[in-house]
Ligand binder design. Structure first.
Ligand SMILES: [Zn+2]
Length: 118
């Protein structure tokens, strides 16, 4: 990925404004490359948005806000997901580790209710 400055003389214009006919958003760009990229990305966004239902849109927006505010978290989540795919994780949750400072009594009521469901 390189950011190469495009000379204005080559493209023949100083800046251009892209206005979306569907949502009315405006983007002013100063290079032809940026213009083409802006139009392409915005068009892709509409395509993705159109395929989602309102619940999915809410979820996606929530995820994007989290990820965009913490890019490192996104990288770690993807790495975690890849690791889970490789190890087949998710089907076998890790065993619960009781707290070291709070010993659990053997006669806990949760054991009784768990046995009743079998
Ligand atoms: Zn639009």
């Amino acid at each position: 990925m390189t950011t190469k400055p495009t000379s204005d003389a080559a493209s023949g214009w100083d800046q251009a404004t892209y206005r979306c006919g569907r949502c009315g958003v405006k983007h002013t760009v100063t290079t032809e490359d940026a213009y083409l990229k802006t139009v392409g990305v915005h068009s892709d966004a509409h395509t993705v948005w159109d395929r989602l239902n309102p619940i999915e849109r809410d979820g996606l927006v929530s995820i994007l806000r989290t990820i965009l505010s913490a890019p490192d978290l996104a990288v770690e989540l993807l790495a975690l997901a890849d690791r889970q795919h490789l190890t087949g994780g998710g089907t076998q949750p890790p065993p619960a580790v009781p707290g070291k400072n709070t010993p659990q009594p053997d006669s806990s009521p949760s054991n009784t209710t768990a046995r009743a469901t079998e």
